[in-house]
Design a protein. Sequence first.
Length: 355
Amino acid sequence: MKMTFRWYGSKSDPIPLKYVKQIPGMTGLMGLLDKPAGVDWPEDEFKALVDEVHAAGLELEVIESVNVHEDIKMGLPSRDEYIENYISTIKMLARNGVKVIIYNFMPVFDWLRTDLARVIPEDGSNSLYFDEKDLGEMGPLEIVRKTAEDSKGFTLPGWEPERLALLETTLKQYEGMTGDDLRVHYKYFLDAVIPVCEEVGVRMACHPDDPAWPIFGLPRIAHTTEQFDKIVKLHDSPANTVCLCTGSLGSNPDNDVVAAIRHFGELDRIGAMHVRNVKFLGHHHFREASHLSRTGDLDMYAIMKAIHDTCPDTYVRPDHGRMIWDEVGRPGYGLYDRALGAAYLNGLWEAIERA
Ligand code: DNO
């Protein structure tokens, strides 16, 4: 298991790389370049990032949020140009040492919350929160406006302003599209990119829909084990894998996260893991908890044990943390609680290995 940390780059992340390196057991980053979906990532910029990360004594073998352009998801004729750019980006990342690319295939929204800083009454910290009831009152445009307002000036992963500017048009274009239609478009994309990945030694890892159910009537096809079974078979290859995010899949108590890890781990189809805990508050209603099992509803020991038993060499990152100790930072991506999360997950790992 390689413990890694999501980092947004020195221009946009208030956390110095030196602090990341000082977290015990941290081996590298799940990094990103803040680029709009569909562009061919510039190699000079990426190389500069690699050099900076290496200079801090960290690895950069996993890249997140190489976002898939909506035209690809909608199956429009213009998709071929965006797929070409995607392929060129895959080759460039491979040339520069990247082994895993995390992406998602969610229409329009990446992840969604109704509150980015809900106070946890027990201890006064705050975390990301979702209540479908609030969403009903808000509607898609309103939620986008509120999320931007609540982000404290930080760019949020998957909420690129240029994509969301077209929100109304995009939502209309998806009207009437079924999950099966979306899967056909997904297969077209995978058939184009996976052979390239095989050639250059990169694995694509699909992140689950977050939260793990349909929203705003949009087709969503990546939030159950059965759906991921279909995804890994759309183009059957060891390069077509899952980024198993425990908090996203686990936002729906019907999903057995531990069984899902064991299932895809045994198939060798886990490219990376995002590990965090959630606290269920009712139907389609949850908040994010600290990583410690007893503060939420997921069993972190069983999760780490499943990783240990079925995909022990995978990349793991402590996913979203709460905001604690008055830290001011990007919602979900502060330093303190994610560092505590990494230390705790490393502790579980050590105990599992010793037992
Ligand atoms: C949210 C992240 C996601 C994830 C993307 C991958 O906090 O986990 O933005 O990186 O869905 O494309």
